[in-house]
Design a binder for this molecule. Structure first.
Ligand code: AMP
Ligand code: ZN
Length: 115
């Protein structure tokens, strides 16, 4: 738990966030500023600053998160029409919260490439 990390606080239930999904390793909650009709964030409970900070011992954690995302997507009703999974990383990626997170975006068609 990093004291100044807002996502650590959310994962530790120190902020009143409604979880869409929770297990021992991860939580899923709505993005406070949704970019699409459906926009949730998937985070590990463990503080990892970004994708580049992953360590070999995080292998099972990442596998678990990736294997759980299809279940979340199904729960959100996005399986049929599809969705986008995004990991913004550092400045050029547009990362604003330094706790690894996956955006699940859906509910409308999205253009490519991003702006
Ligand atoms: P990123 O820009 O990829 O780092 O994504 C951070 C996301 O976290 C943004 O889409 C924010 O809207 C979202 N966010 C920031 N604070 C909160 C919060 N307290 N609860 C939910 N989402 C948040
Ligand atoms: Zn954190």
């Amino acid at each position: 738990m990093h004291q100044d990390c807002i996502f650590c606080k959310i994962a530790a239930k120190q902020l009143p966030t409604q979880f869409i999904y929770e297990d021992e390793f991860m939580v899923v909650f709505p993005d406070i500023n949704p970019a699409t009709p459906v926009h949730v964030l998937v985070i590990p409970k463990k503080h990892i600053a970004n994708l580049l900070e992953l360590q070999p011992e995080d292998k099972d954690l990442v596998a678990h998160i990736m294997m759980t995302i299809p279940k979340i997507v199904s729960q959100l009703g996005l399986s049929e029409n599809g969705f986008r999974l995004v990991v913004n990383t550092k400045e050029n990626g547009g990362q604003t919260v330094n706790h690894l997170h996956w955006h699940i975006l859906g509910g409308r068609f999205m253009t490519w490439p991003p702006g």
